[in-house]
Design a protein. Structure first.
Length: 551
């Protein structure tokens, strides 16, 4: 029963200069809940949106689920949850109760009013339990009322009393199972990810041209619509985002399908039919094959915008399946392959090179979905560039997930990916730059991921094929390139193996150091020097032009 607007209801806090603990406080009549490890740096504070009524009794309950999140605090008035505002949500460490006494009606400041029946529970109460506690009448008093005059909360209290005191064991077990299922459902729903959505306002606000971009200097009012340079929206289309989306994918739209198929063509051939894929306007290049671009665009629409079907059309075409070999005469006439007289040849994207090495070695994890992972990275890189940020490396299968799942810090991109021309993602990039530097070869030969992949690749071949070294070299080459090596190529690989084997026989510690690069276990049944020597050969194979290039 409040007689004032401010004061502490309950408190268990260390002295003010330390300020650790919890307290429930009234500030201008609003309920304020505080969990503090260290104020501002490590604390939670939530406050009710509406003040409590004064000079009337009410039941107040506060629950906390131990999640270290402000969202884990619930406040109830007369058994019903009330809306709260989060003032601070920064509890980083596990909250522990201080060795201080519980103070009722004081601690931080004196409470003005009356308190009755204060209870502390050692667990997080469910909303239904709080609702029952808020019913002031005893069971006898509720039973004295007629059944028709009892409210829902009173009926639930009677049900709870019956289940706890008079129900059979079978009914009690069923009730416990139901309670467990309800709690599991609640936990499941609370852990579901949320997605931000957009929707139209009931009454759209007016939008104006801002003179010189100044928000406080509005000019003429503007209406939603399509720029005059484009075809108009259909007369029956809604004048909102849905109408715009339908207009964008309508068969009559001159750009959407053409831009999309040009991007897919660029993906396979290295450049689009319109080489300036980021600019289809007056400043861009004209298409090299306008009729082909138009046909692909209409085919894409006819296929129902099915991206997989469109890519099948491209990769099964005679144009794409040509050899990439080029004669001096053809190179002179068409150095950029704009006439499409040969198949595409270019280095694979950075992510594909890494994934291919993992796949060939047998390391690649095929699991789909899940959170980002943090594979190998030079130690201390984040601290050097981003300060006070620790890179916690993943382990186990997470080290070998597809590059799609690699955690990407925008200002500190994975260094090997950037070396191989992956973008930093600090700005939208339609076409990646393509460079050719010695650093790229050094990365492919020395990065932990590629060294480990080469070693596991060698280990895989040696275990799978119990034959001569020549047979093993032939199999490794076949797995990586999809063809058998020519005699002169096989001779180079054999010389490489025997030369490395001689080095490692003379220095076994170097062999052990090489085969233990990375976390994947070493097959101890294999000769360590042979495995190390074969690793140098598989590393060579993984660095061949026809392995890291699309030919």
């Amino acid at each position: 029963n409040l007689t004032g607007d401010n004061g502490t209801l309950i408190s268990r806090m260390t002295p003010v200069e330390e300020g650790a603990g919890y307290y429930v406080h009234l500030r201008d009549g609003r309920v304020q809940v505080n969990l503090i490890k260290r104020w501002l740096d490590d604390a939670i504070r939530v406050e009710s949106q509406e003040p409590l009524a004064t000079n009337r009794w009410c039941h107040l309950a506060v629950t906390y689920d131990g999640s270290r999140l402000a969202d884990g605090i619930r406040v109830y008035v007369d058994g019903q949850p009330i809306a709260m505002n989060v003032k601070l949500d920064r509890l980083n460490q596990t909250f522990a109760l201080p060795l201080e006494p519980l103070r009722i009606g004081g601690g931080q400041s004196t409470f003005n009013g009356e308190l009755d029946d204060v209870r502390i529970y050692a667990r997080d109460l469910a909303a239904t339990e709080v609702e029952l506690l808020a019913v002031p009448q005893t069971v006898s008093e509720i039973l004295s009322l007629s059944a028709a005059s009892r409210n829902e909360a009173q009926r639930r209290k009677l049900t709870r009393y019956f289940l706890d005191n008079h129900a059979s064991t079978k009914i009690r077990d069923a009730d416990r199972r139901l309670t467990d299922l309800i709690q599991q459902r609640r936990a499941f729903l609370e852990n579901l990810p949320t997605v931000m959505v957009m929707q139209e306002m009931e009454q759209p606000r007016d939008t104006h041209v801002l003179i010189r971009g100044q928000y406080d200097h509005p000019g003429a009012k503007v209406e939603p619509g399509i720029p005059a340079a484009f075809p108009a929206m259909p007369a029956d289309a809604p004048n909102n985002r849905l109408g715009l989306a339908r207009w964008l994918v309508s068969p009559e739209h001159p750009l959407t399908a053409r831009v999309a198929v040009n991007r897919f063509w660029q993906l396979y051939f290295g450049q689009g039919l319109v080489s300036t894929s980021e600019d289809f306007g007056a400043q861009g290049e004209s298409p090299s094959h306008p009729q082909l671009l138009d046909w692909l665009a209409t085919e894409f629409v006819r296929l129902g915008w099915d991206m997989k079907a469109l890519q099948r059309v491209i990769v099964t075409s005679a144009t794409y399946r040509q050899s990439s070999a080029v004669s001096p005469e053809l190179l002179l006439r068409d150095p950029d392959n704009r006439l499409l007289a040969r198949g595409p040849r270019r280095r694979l994207p950075a992510e594909t090179i890494r994934d291919q090495a993992l796949f060939v070695s047998g390391l690649l994890t095929n699991r789909i979905g899940g959170p980002s992972v943090k594979p190998y990275q030079p130690e201390g890189l984040w601290q050097e560039i981003a300060t006070d940020t620790e890179y916690i490396q993943s382990h186990g299968d997470d080290l070998y997930r597809r590059s799609l799942y690699t955690y990407w810090k925008r200002t500190v991109a994975p260094p090997t990916m950037v070396t191989l021309d992956a973008t930093s993602r600090e700005a939208c990039t339609v076409q990646r730059a393509r460079t050719n530097t010695p650093l790229q070869a050094l990365a492919l030969m020395n990065d932990i991921t590629f060294v480990e992949a080469a070693r596991v690749f060698a280990q895989r071949v040696m275990v799978d094929l119990d034959g001569s070294m020549e047979d093993r070299l032939r199999l490794a080459f076949l797995i990586a390139t999809a063809r058998t090596p020519r005699p002169e190529e096989l001779a180079v690989l054999e010389r490489r193996f025997h030369h490395s084997l001689e080095i490692f026989r003379n220095d076994p510690s170097a062999a052990r150091e090489l085969v233990h690069v990375g976390e994947f276990s070493v097959n101890e049944t294999l000769d360590v020097c042979e495995l190390a020597a074969f690793t140098t050969v598989t590393s060579l194979i993984l660095n061949l032009d026809e392995v890291v290039n699309k030919e």
